[in-house]
Ligand binder design. Structure first.
Ligand code: F6P
Length: 518
């Protein structure tokens, strides 16, 4: 078997890559090296030539293509990041839909499928990543690709009620049936997706597998992890290194305690709310003023999307206001640093910080939470404060779990974390460390690939959406009744004797036993 990975962005590794690449990139690369493989996707460059460029590194081929300016606008900035991203993060008010963006999104997926199909070999297993590429498998199937194809969704999947607000969502969700395996971050996301497939598309399910037409797709949670041991080593080494930002922080902070936040500058991360919560903490506990500071590292992201530019402005404004109101001539309560640091530097910051403040408004998993835990000194660990709306909260119940919409609750959690006795910090750390260690990134890739390669290969074509035409959007079904299947499905269903569908009259999502007998 050869592994083919497809992701929106592909970074071709250079000599220094091991030190800078994140756990996911390294783990996928390792899986590719193990099986021999191909990594396909966008080069990250916007250019006039869209020719495929291939680079060989050992037994892995990196095949990348540039996007045209129009493709970047519609596929990446438009449909992926102004429509799918906000709606998947439950932010209906920020969701901007343009038909031309959707057309561009489908167009890039079609082009990627055309290029990729030419490179696929009979025993390849294809693993597609992220919301930019949802319809890719349907496009590949249309080109006759019958290989096993898996998809992993790195961000949350909302309820059917939320997703329905996005035009053409039913058509888009339906294309997921072209995959043999769909991986989600959490059980909640998996359940939401199954509900969407059942209630919007008329699929049947046994709770783990979904049947739509004659295709069967497994939908399962695979909570993504980090390379715990590698990150722990980085953090331990950072303490000994002389010329790191950590050393400089130590000098500038002295004995003061440190609360840390590290996030892309993205509204889903709750950065502004977090700054407000830290301000509230200092107002509620004036005795802490001058004794602790918040360092928020926030490398800019997607700055061509207006909502991100607005967040950039707002975070400066809020940090400036709070510093002016609460600071002293010799103490700045909040530092917001809008640049990226190396993983070594981040590991050092995490280790130095008494509190890791990870409070997204909604997040697929959030690996910063796991990295913060991995970086701690086991003999004197810091405390993780974690949003209940991060996927990581499903696993890391020994963190201080908070509602990021309640700045008073977050403020009190900061206080509790700073005052927590060492014995309790150690107990919580050990429990958290055990979880991240037993569900690390290598476990994740292995489990996913085992599930994908074990899945039965199926040849049936799922029609990808070919044009923006409201007639292709089937009516939404909100009852337990099955919609009338397409003629071809009716014929297949009869001859293959598929027996039970969703329970008649049952609330959406509730299903009777389903037999998938062929
Ligand atoms: O978490 C989803 C994700 O698309 C990641 O795969 C990616 O690394 C991150 O968001 C940043 O996104 P972008 O490629 O838009 O900078």
């Amino acid at each position: 078997m050869r592994l083919v990975v497809v992701s929106n962005r592909v970074t071709i590794p250079d000599r220094h890559e091991k030190a800078t690449a994140g756990g996911l990139a390294v783990a996928l690369r390792e899986a590719l090296e193990k099986h021999g493989g191909l990594w396909f996707g966008w080069s990250g460059v916007v250019g006039s030539t869209r020719q495929l460029r291939e680079t060989q590194r050992g037994n892995v081929t990196y095949a990348v293509t540039d996007l045209s300016e129009a493709e970047r606008e519609s596929y990446y900035l438009g449909f992926s990041n102004r429509a799918l991203w906000p709606i998947m993060h439950y932010r209906l008010g920020l969701t901007e839909f343009q038909r031309s963006d959707y057309m561009g999104y489908l167009g890039v997926n079609r082009r990627f499928a055309r290029e990729l199909a030419r490179m696929i070999q009979p025993d390849d297993v294809i693993w597609i990543h992220d919301y930019h590429l949802i319809p890719l498998a349907a496009e590949l199937r249309r080109r006759g690709i019958t290989n096993r194809i898996g998809y992993f969704h790195h961000i949350p999947w909302p309820s059917a009620d939320t997703l329905m607000a996005l035009p053409f969502s039913t058509t888009l969700v339906r294309t997921l049936a072209a995959y043999d395996l769909v991986g989600m971050q959490t059980q909640v996301d998996a359940r939401n997706l199954i509900d969407c497939l059942v209630n919007l598309c008329g699929a049947r399910t046994d709770g783990r597998r979904v049947r739509l037409g004659m295709r069967e797709t497994a939908v399962q949670p695979f909570p993504i992890g980090i390379d715990v041991e590698a990150f722990r080593r980085l953090a331990a080494a950072s303490v000994r290194q002389a010329a790191t930002p950590l050393r400089a922080t130590r000098e500038s902070l002295g004995e003061r305690k440190l609360v840390i936040g590290v996030d892309r500058l993205d509204y889903s991360k709750g950065i502004v709310q977090r700054l407000e919560a830290f301000g509230q903490f200092l107002r509620s506990h004036p005795e802490e003023r001058g004794r602790v500071g918040l360092l928020q590292i926030a490398p800019p992201s997607r700055s061509d999307v207006p909502e991100y530019a607005e967040l950039d402005r707002m975070s400066d404004e809020v940090a400036g206001r709070l510093n002016a109101q609460l600071g002293e001539f010799d103490w700045t309560p909040i530092r917001v640093v809008k640049k990226a640091y190396s993983r070594t530097a981040l590991a050092g910051f995490y280790r130095r910080a008494q509190v890791g403040l990870v409070t997204p408004m909604r997040d697929g998993m959030n690996l910063v939470a796991k990295e913060y835990v991995a970086a701690q000194n086991p003999a004197d660990p810091g405390v993780l404060v974690l949003s209940r709306f991060a996927g990581a909260a499903q696993q890391l119940g020994d963190a201080l779990i908070v509602n990021p919409y309640d700045i008073h609750e977050v403020a009190e959690a900061i206080r509790t974390a700073l005052a927590m006795p060492k014995s309790e910090r150690i107990r919580r750390f050990e429990a958290l460390y055990h979880v991240i260690e037993t569900s690390g990134i290598h476990w994740w890739t292995q489990r996913y690939l085992e599930a994908l390669t074990g899945a039965p290969a199926q040849a049936e074509v799922v029609e990808p959406p070919s044009k923006v035409d409201s007639k292709v959007e089937p009516p939404v079904r909100r009852t337990g009744r099955k919609p009338r299947p397409a003629a071809s499905d009716r014929g297949e269903a009869k001859s293959r004797a598929i027996t039970v569908g969703q329970k008649r009259g049952a609330p959406p999502g509730e299903t009777a036993h389903v037999s998938f007998a062929r």
